[in-house]
Unconditional design. Structure first.
Length: 120
């Protein structure tokens, strides 16, 4: 799960940075505000890559997904990109857990086979 989620978060890192470039052209938002918000989002997405296995890491990832969707009020295209990354985040968690379970079953099966060969 960690690999898939981290890949999604790295993609978000770049999307947040590019959204900052778009928001910088807006007249009603200061550049300081844009880069403060985008910087926090970018740093959070990188930090979450390392926090995924810790308690609350996945929930913080969901909070980032929500913030990405809400950023559509400043840059309208972010509504779509936020929903896309929200779907990717869900898929990363859902299928990542299935992959982790399959790997655990395979490792258990291999350990049993090796134990059976050792006793034979």
């Amino acid at each position: 799960m960690r690999t898939l989620c981290a890949s999604t978060l790295l993609g978000e890192f770049f999307v947040i940075g590019l959204a900052g470039l778009v928001a910088m052209k807006l007249d009603d938002v200061s550049q300081t505000t844009v880069w403060t918000v985008c910087g926090v989002g970018m740093v959070l997405s990188l930090l979450l890559c390392g926090m995924l296995t810790r308690p609350g890491g996945v929930q913080l990832g969901w909070a980032l997904q929500g913030a990405l969707v809400l950023s559509g009020f400043v840059v309208p295209m972010m509504f779509i990109l936020g929903l896309v990354f929200g779907g990717l985040w869900w898929a990363s968690i859902h299928y990542g857990r299935k992959i982790d379970e399959a790997k655990a079953r395979w490792a258990d099966q291999q350990a049993r086979q090796e134990a059976g060969e050792a006793t034979a």
